[in-house]
Design a protein around this ligand. Structure first.
Ligand code: AMP
Ligand code: ZN
Length: 460
């Protein structure tokens, strides 16, 4: 039985799907810039959930949105639209911006071996669905019009705040004075905004020209593709207090019942123990990592070593270790490929059960990796190789890749230095590369460069 931690109940629950096909909605990217590695951690998490379900034999219908309108600079209703800001700064049309970064995002998914959800839905292709949705909320008395848009009246939805455990009264007492005095309640949020003339993206609506709020996008598209009840909704922890509270308010107000059974949230990635931010210059992309000599699979391996509900601290030192471990992993697997030891069926079953138990316990991939490493310690055996390839259906680490450097007859210390040197060379850091060659020489070995790798020989 799979168990998932449900943010709504704050505990692990048995997973019981509504129907034969598991339905799942995942908040997708806002395509105003290249996704950074923190964003990609969020989608590796989504992918792990999908793979665990598939490994357990479920079929999936997953939907992911692409936000190409309506996400303002704050998660609330203030500031410029992120897309329009990017368009102004980069002197390109919003549509070009959306196309460029959507493409880049999909490429990153492929590089990281993240399975694409069955349906990928662009917000701008669903404006009519959103207008319909807002109209219904207004008819039901949950939406009201003021001079700059249509707002959701949270006083009509008494359980507002249940996902994050927000006490609205406390929050309001301490909240800054809201600039919009027309709102009935400071926490009321925009369903639809009336567009000032200069706003590039705008559509005709019953309330004049305007554009949708960010939250309505996910409520409208999940309803369209998954219906009024679905199994799982994923996102990052930053979505809990605003975006997902608002989605719950909209969807449950419209349907009159709970619409999502399991809310799952991925924790954040930090860099060097702090926030990732443009001003610190530490919002690396997958391509940045590749340019520094780290492959997407090494990054995926790095991510999978930490449980999705724990903060993951990215440092280049940690990436170096992940790189070395991933390379050792491929070599260890390769040893089993043509192995002829006869691992007994009971051992294989034991590993298989332990692996399944780990992944079914709230997607505990780090524990599952441990099971795989234990299996690899067995004498070289094709059965272990096949077992690990089967595990890779969940891990997605492309474990059938032939290691770049075959078994090297040198102490681990030397191999580690050679791996570091390979990174340095990919990073065109020739000074470090030379220094590492000298260190290797001091240990009595000669390293020779090859395309995409190296050879190590003992000094004559
Ligand atoms: P955005 O494109 O800003 O809407 O974010 C896309 C996804 O990345 C969302 O699911 C966010 O929750 C997630 N996200 C943003 N920053 C981080 C981070 N530093 N670590 C992990 N996930 C993040
Ligand atoms: Zn969303």
């Amino acid at each position: 039985m799979i168990r998932f931690y449900n943010t709504l109940s704050r505990k692990k629950e048995d997973f019981v799907p509504i129907g034969k096909i598991v339905t799942m909605y995942s908040c997708g990217p806002t395509v105003y810039n290249y996704a950074h590695i923190g964003n990609m951690r969020a989608y590796i998490f989504m992918d792990s959930v999908r793979r665990v379900l598939k490994y357990n034999g479920y079929k999936l219908k997953g939907v992911m949105n692409i936000t190409d309108v309506g996400h303002l600079l704050s998660d609330g209703d203030d500031g410029e639209d992120k897309m329009e800001k990017a368009s102004r700064e980069q002197q390109r049309s919003v549509y070009e911006i959306a196309e460029t970064y959507t493409k880049a995002f999909l490429t990153d998914l492929e590089k990281l071996n993240i399975g694409k959800p069955e349906i990928i839905a662009k917000a701008t292709d669903h404006i009519d669905d959103m207008i319909d949705y807002v109209k219904k909320l207004v008819e039901l008395g949950y939406g009201y019009e003021i001079s700059d848009g249509i707002y959701f009246d949270i006083s009509k939805f008494p359980t507002y705040g249940k996902l994050s455990g927000l006490d609205l009264n406390n929050q309001i007492a301490g909240a800054r004075v809201d600039v919009n005095g027309e709102k009935r309640h400071p926490a009321d949020f925009a369903l639809w905004k009336k567009a000032p003339k200069e706003h590039i993206m705008q559509w005709r609506s019953p309330w004049g020209m305007g554009y949708p709020g960010w939250h309505i996008e996910c409520s409208a598209m999940s309803k369209k593709y998954l219906g009024d009840r679905f199994d799982i909704h994923t996102g990052g922890v930053d979505h809990i207090p605003v975006h997902h509270e608002n989605e719950i308010a909209q969807s449950e107000a419209l349907e009159g019942h709970q619409t999502v059974n399991y809310w799952m949230h991925g924790e954040f990635m930090q860099v060097d123990g702090g926030k990732m931010s443009k001003s610190l210059g530490n919002t690396y992309t997958v391509s940045d990592l590749e340019n520094k000599g780290y492959s997407p699979m090494e990054f995926r391996y790095f991510c999978l070593n930490t449980h999705y509900r724990k903060t993951l601290n990215f440092t280049f030192a940690a990436m170096d270790s992940a790189k070395i471990s991933y390379s050792r992993l491929l070599s260890a697997i390769d040893q089993h490929k043509n192995g002829n030891a006869d691992t007994d069926s009971a051992s294989i079953e034991k590993y298989r059960n332990e692996f399944l138990e780990a992944i079914d316990d709230d997607v505990n991939i780090p524990l599952a990796l441990g099971v795989m490493w234990s299996a690899l310690k067995e004498a070289p055996s094709r059965r272990i190789y096949d077992l690990v390839q089967d595990f890779d259906r969940v891990l997605g680490l492309r474990l059938n890749t032939v290691p770049t450097q075959q078994k090297i007859d040198a102490p681990q210390e030397v191999i580690d230095l050679a791996e570091k040197r390979l990174s340095a060379r990919k990073n065109k850091d020739w000074a470090t590369s030379d220094e590492l060659r000298d260190q290797i020489a001091a240990l009595g070995y000669i390293v020779a460069d090859k395309k995409d790798g190296y050879d190590i020989k003992k000094k004559p």
